[in-house]
Each structure stands twice: as structure tokens, then as C-alpha cells.
Design a protein around this ligand. Structure first.
Ligand SMILES: [Zn+2]
Length: 122
């Protein structure tokens, strides 16, 4: 993981994962491909692969980690609402991406998502 140090003159940087301001001198992660800074809290909380995955999802679909209240969200309810909406998901991969994306928008990390999903299949 490549890290760089920023100084106080760059006080408008926002974390690409949680959108918190990066205002003090701190190590930040920056993807070689995406050029989006990630704060120290997110670096400590998520794996490099999860950071890259979330940055890609936020670039493709917008939003940020924890954008919405997690107290009303569950995978099961999301699936029920999806079924009731009549929206057709084309394949398993598209459904998985949709579920993961909704989970991280509600502050559920990719690792927590996998653990919650495992409850349905194990
Ligand atoms: Zn962050």
C-alpha cells in the first residue's frame, strides 16, 4: 500500500471512502489507478482490496461509506423490497454487486457484508 504525507495547506481533501475531511498531517492511502485519497481511519479499518473495491463502486454509482442510516437496513429486507419492486436483476453477479453497494452505503463493510451473507447460505 503506497502512502503519502499531506500538509495543512491541502485542507480541502476528502476521504474517498467516508468523505471525512483530511485536515491534519496524516498518512493517507492513494490508489495508483484512481488517485483518490483515503483517510487513516479507513486505511486502518479496511483491507487494501476492500478500499479499491469501494472506491470503484463509489466512482461507478456515487455515494460514500455510511451515507445512510444502517439501523433500518438488512440484506433480507433489501431482497424483499427488490422482489416487491418487480425490478429484474439480470444475473447473480449483478445482484451481488447491488447488495454489496447498498450495504456499504449503509455503513456495512465488505467484510461484515460477507459475514452477514454467510448466515443465509451456511
Ligand atoms: Zn475515510
Amino acid at each position: 500500500m503506497k502512502s503519502i504525507v499531506i500538509n495543512k495547506s491541502h485542507n480541502t481533501l476528502k476521504c474517498g471512502i467516508c468523505r471525512s475531511n483530511i485536515t491534519r498531517n496524516e498518512l493517507i492511502y492513494q490508489s495508483k489507478v484512481l488517485y483518490i485519497p483515503v483517510c487513516q481511519n479507513c486505511i486502518n479499518r479496511f483491507t487494501k482490496d476492500d478500499v479499491e473495491l469501494m472506491l470503484n463502486l463509489f466512482i461507478a454509482y456515487g455515494g460514500y461509506f455510511g451515507q445512510f442510516d444502517s439501523s433500518q437496513f438488512s440484506i433480507l429486507n433489501y431482497l424483499k423490497n427488490l422482489k416487491e419492486s418487480g425490478l429484474k436483476i439480470q444475473n447473480t453477479e449483478a445482484l451481488n454487486i447491488s447488495l454489496l453497494y447498498q450495504s456499504i452505503l449503509h455503513g456495512i463493510s465488505p467484510q461484515e457484508y460477507l459475514e452477514e451473507l454467510a448466515e443465509f447460505v451456511i
